[in-house]
Design a protein around this ligand. Structure first.
Ligand SMILES: [Zn+2]
Ligand SMILES: [Zn+2]
Length: 109
């Protein structure tokens, strides 16, 4: 077998394992759902943040990051955690004013 190909495959497998490990660590570092009681809507588990369900997903369509937290909300939480920990003086009220203004400007609800 071609040595370069063998090495290429080994690197690809090693990167895959590393990605798996990072993903695993990310999942484990997340706090478990606050309560074991899942919120339901139309007989389906709904996201504890935005109330989306498998039948009525977010736009763009989401999946599940945790059993009751959708990938859209999880990504937003990640971004906000980065902001809260990195911003000089993170003012949540000011942030949400900005969000509201932006939504108004874009002509959404
Ligand atoms: Zn959600
Ligand atoms: Zn969602």
């Amino acid at each position: 077998m071609n040595t370069a190909l063998v090495i290429d495959n080994q690197i690809r497998r090693a990167v895959g394992r590393l990605k798996d490990r990072l993903e695993e660590r990310r999942r484990r570092s997340r706090p478990p759902a606050a309560a074991a009681i899942l919120r339901m809507r139309d007989g389906l588990v709904c996201c504890r943040v935005c109330s989306c369900t498998e039948r009525q997903p977010c736009e763009p369509p989401c999946g599940w990051d945790q059993v009751d937290l959708c990938t859209g909300c999880a990504a937003t939480v990640d971004a906000l955690v980065e902001w809260v920990t990195g911003a000089h003086r993170p003012n949540k009220a000011a942030l949400f004013r900005e969000v509201s203004n932006q939504v108004k400007t874009e002509g959404r609800v």
